[in-house]
Design a protein around this ligand. Structure first.
Ligand code: ACO
Length: 429
């Protein structure tokens, strides 16, 4: 029998709404007809209780610390797959077999170059611009370079745009870095893996090549896998909302990058490293924790807490493991900031303030330390996140456009401004 939920309004009238079930996870009350039937809206700032869409891509159980991409646990994907396999999975719904993977990788690597005119476009930016500001501009501008495949109603065009975005983001990200340090752009080299190619474009210079180290490539590839998608978070919801108007995919991904930049979202790993630098020494941890607990200080323990994970962030455990591997490989096991991070984590995990609020380290607590050890400057951390999340954004955008129920997004509001009033001419006010 179909389940229903009933709602009694202040006038005593009772309305019934269908209850919908997913494969796993909480059921939802379908209130699409609420306004039409009752004249009421729901009030849910921050969408804490609202499912904005139905999706088959990613599942999170925040209480149990579970993250699944297309049903596969993140731990298994991080340990047994590479990033491009995960991209294939997110876009197509299943892991590829060997032939499918070879074809997918081959298509991605044949799209890694960007239109030569894009390198001129970079020169319009100041060298000291934040690379995320450059990324927002350049990714948005891709629609001006690739308008041969911008029909969002064409499945073929959407597929081409998806390949272009996944393939070109490493090139653009490395260009944003090279531009900021005044070095020449490095062209992609398609004989390398996706992640090794990115590292080479970041760290090689025309005068000296860069030999990717397998342990470090694997670590960055894991960062990409762990950040590839995360259900209906702020930036993904931004991409969906922008795309719901029919905007082109490059504009939508640029909107996602802009949203990701904030310190409460993708900017957290950068903010976390800055926080560690500011604390500076293990002896100052106690004082910092006191500040983070004081609401008036405006200080938060960056890299701690998550809107959805209220037990542990499964990505954090994997990132912690990677952190050890990278520091060992580079002989940095005694790294000052890493030791500081471990001390901070230990104290916070035992402190009643953090325990009672279910605040645990999130993935970004460790990803910043790993990236710093790889030689990636702090200002590039969020760009790396954007590179990795592009596949999730594009998969979610594709899913939305292909959904027969999709409509332009239009939240409502509870208006608390002035009631209607008349304009008085300026001399009489
Ligand atoms: N440090 C100190 N106190 C915190 C922190 C923190 N990092 N996070 C939450 N709190 C406190 C709040 O002050 C609040 O306390 P109260 O109940 O006494 O008022 C309580 O915990 C709940 O906080 P909310 O902000 O309501 O929690 P929410 O789930 O909305 O926020 C968020 C989640 C934004 C991630 C928050 O924990 C935060 O700001 N963390 C630091 C930034 C960060 O690491 N962001 C990365 C997110 S992961 C990602 O984007 C990949």
């Amino acid at each position: 029998m179909d389940k229903k939920a009933s709602l009694t309004l202040p006038d005593g009238k009772t309305l019934e709404f269908p209850v919908m079930s997913g494969t796993i996870g909480p059921e939802v009350v379908d209130i699409r007809t609420l306004y039409g039937k009752s004249g009421y809206f729901t009030y849910d700032p921050g969408f804490l209780s609202t499912a904005s869409c139905n999706s088959t891509i990613t599942y999170i159980d925040g209480d149990a610390g579970v993250l699944l991409y297309r049903g596969y646990p993140i731990e298994q994907l991080a340990q047994q797959c590479d990033f491009l396999e995960v991209c294939y999975l997110l876009l197509n719904g299943d892991l590829p077999d060997a032939a499918e993977k070879a074809e997918f990788v081959n298509t991605v690597i044949r799209h890694t170059m960007v239109h030569e005119q894009i390198s001129r476009f970079f020169t319009g930016f100041r060298r000291d611009a934040h690379p995320m500001a450059t990324m927002v501009g350049v990714v948005g501008a891709l629609s001006a370079f690739y308008h041969d495949a911008l029909d969002i109603n064409s499945a073929e065009h959407r597929k081409i745009s998806a390949f272009r975005l996944i393939a070109k983001l490493p090139t653009i990200t490395s260009m944003a870095y090279k531009y900021s340090v005044g070095q020449p752009f490095m062209y992609p080299r398609n004989g390398l893996s996706y992640t090794a190619n990115f590292m080479r474009m970041m760290f090689a210079v025309p005068a000296e090549d860069y030999k990717p180290n397998d342990v470090l490539v694997r670590a960055l590839d894991r960062i990409f896998i762990l950040h590839a998608d995360h259900e209906q978070n702020a930036s993904t919801s931004t991409v969906r909302l922008a795309g719901s108007s029919g905007a082109n995919p490059y504009a939508c991904i640029s909107a996602g990058i802009a949203c990701l930049w904030g310190p409460a979202h993708g900017g957290a790993n950068e903010a976390c490293l800055q926080m560690l630098e500011e604390i500076g020494d293990v002896s100052k941890v106690g004082e910092f924790i006191r500040k983070a607990k004081d609401k008036n200080s405006g200080v938060r323990l960056m890299g701690f807490g998550h809107r959805v994970y209220k037990n542990h962030d499964p990505r954090a455990k994997l990132m912690r493991e990677t952190c050890h591997e990278v520091l060992d490989e580079l002989g940095l096991a005694n790294d000052r900031l890493f030791k500081l991070a471990i001390a901070l984590e230990k104290i916070a995990l035992e402190d009643d303030y953090f325990v009672s609020r279910k605040l645990y380290p999130n993935v970004d607590f460790y990803s910043g330390i790993v990236q710093r050890a790889l030689g990636i400057p702090v200002s590039m951390f969020t760009c790396i996140f954007a590179l990795a999340r592009t596949v999730g954004w594009i998969a979610q955008w594709q899913e939305m456009i292909s959904d027969r129920e999709y409509k332009i997004g239009r939240p409502r509001q509870l208006y608390r401004g002035a009631a209607r009033r008349e304009v008085v001419p300026i001399g009489q006010r």
